[in-house]
Design a protein around this ligand. Structure first.
Ligand SMILES: Nc1ncnc2c1ncn2[C@@H]1O[C@H](COP(=O)(O)OP(=O)(O)OP(=O)(O)O)[C@@H](O)[C@H]1O
Ligand SMILES: [Mg+2]
Length: 403
């Protein structure tokens, strides 16, 4: 392993939050614990590490401190493509960077755009409508309950018990509230009752054991989904915010495979490379609805979902961090840019996934339209309590996901 000079580029969570800011304002920021864990892992692997804040001084810092590689975990603040800022700067400076590129990070941040791509790719995703103003007419084809969320946030910001609405008046109120708090478009989706799953993908197509997040012991919280409180106070038994994690998920092996394939197809649809986490709700009739793709999944060694999955696959935290470095180095040595390869290459052979339940085309009003190929899942049943299937690795060359 060649020792490298690595900039660990992050947005550290400030110690105190000014009281006028919403409680979830800094939820996407990196904890000192995560930064320390990645720094230690890189150092253990023999590298010299410079943790550096992704702020306005970053370009100057990089000019003054030449590095071989950037390990990027910065999610950025404000703006329509905040997660893509650091990779864009690094691309300009020709500094190799871990993980996905500018285009995928921008697309994945925009949930509605991602869902349009899922529809095109035949990936099931809940029916949705993007509200570009609070008083937009509501699509009459919706089936309540619905969930209301900001279109471009993560860490479940803006997702509370009140986000799930049963009727139109509550929907309007929630849409207005999210507009006011987050100053961006609002995504409304049909709420999928069922099993919460997330799928980790590493390298080109290494599918990690599926992680199931079980909220059955969380009734005291009044929330049966991965809300902001559930994430922020994860493990607080008193508040009922103590989901149980099953990895591998308690699914029939055939269902596991179908879920993993849908996840891979979704990650490829937005052009992710080298690392991605795909969030899914598996409905009671066995359809794995993709909610979103996370190209910058949390890497807290204890709290975050992705390291739980790598650990279940027998990959230590240090090995995961080194793997991301190796993948970035290999890619940069080839000097192939994502955009030089057409999206049509990004197909998943022999995928048997359910057809998207997206609504028929609404004339460009932001609703999902199933333009992708019709696909059907044969394994509709989800066998609870059965041994889960393990992630598979097909040994093919590691580059971008499907690239
Ligand atoms: N359509 C839906 N049906 C059921 N549950 C949903 C739906 N949309 C969101 N949720 C619940 O809310 C959680 C957070 O939603 P989502 O993944 O879209 O937000 P996020 O802020 O991007 O999350 P992350 O922390 O993964 O970045 C989901 O994991 C799920 O539990
Ligand atoms: Mg999510």
């Amino acid at each position: 392993m060649t020792p490298l000079k690595i900039a660990l580029i992050h947005n550290l969570k400030p110690e105190a939050k000014p009281s006028h800011l919403p409680p979830d304002y800094y939820s996407e920021c990196d904890s000192p614990k995560t930064v320390k864990a990645i720094t230690n892992a890189l150092r253990k692997n023999g590298h010299t590490v410079f943790p550096v804040e992704a702020d306005k001084r970053l370009a100057h810092w990089l000019a003054e401190n030449p590095v071989d590689l950037a390990f990027n975990i910065s999610e950025g603040f404000h703006g329509e493509a905040r997660e893509a800022r650091v990779p864009a700067l690094l691309e300009l400076l020709e500094i190799p960077c871990t993980g996905s590129g500018v285009l995928s990070l921008s697309l994945a941040l925009d949930k509605a755009k991602s869902k349009q791509l899922f529809c095109y790719a035949g990936v099931p995703t809940p029916h949705f409508q993007l509200f570009t103003r609070p008083d937009e007419p509501i699509d009459r084809r919706f089936h309540f309950p619905l969930i209301v969320k900001p279109n471009r946030e993560g860490s479940a910001k803006g997702i509370w018990a009140s986000s799930v609405v049963q009727e139109e008046e509550a929907l309007r109120r929630q849409v207005e509230k999210v507009f006011e708090m987050y100053a961006q478009e609002v995504l409304v989706e049909e709420f999928i009752e069922g099993t919460e799953l997330t799928v980790g993908i590493l390298g080109k197509d290494q599918l990690l054991p599926v992680l199931e997040i079980d909220f059955s012991g969380c009734s005291a919280s009044g929330e049966s989904f991965y809300s902001w409180r559930m994430k922020e106070f994860q493990g607080d038994e008193k508040l009922g915010l103590n989901p149980r994690f099953w990895c591998p998920a308690r699914l029939d092996p055939a269902v596991t495979r179908a879920v993993q394939k849908v996840a891979l197809r979704a990650a490829r649809a937005v052009g992710c490379r080298e690392i991605a986490r795909v969030d899914i709700r598996l409905s009671s009739d066995g359809i794995p609805y993709v909610l979103e793709v996370n190209p910058l999944p949390g890497l807290d060694p204890e709290e975050s979902n992705f390291p739980i999955m790598t650990q279940a696959a027998g990959i230590s935290y240090e090995a995961l961090i080194q793997r991301l470095v190796d993948l970035a180095l290999k890619r940069s040595s080839k000097r192939v840019t994502q955009s030089s390869i057409p999206l049509s290459n990004a197909t998943v052979p022999d995928l048997q996934a359910p057809r998207s339940r997206a609504l028929p085309d609404s004339g460009g009003k932001g609703l999902g339209s199933p333009a992708g190929p019709a696909v059907a899942v044969s394994e509709r049943s989800v066998r609870r309590g059965a041994a889960g299937g393990n992630g598979s690795r097909n040994g093919s060359k590691e580059e971008g996901l499907g690239r």
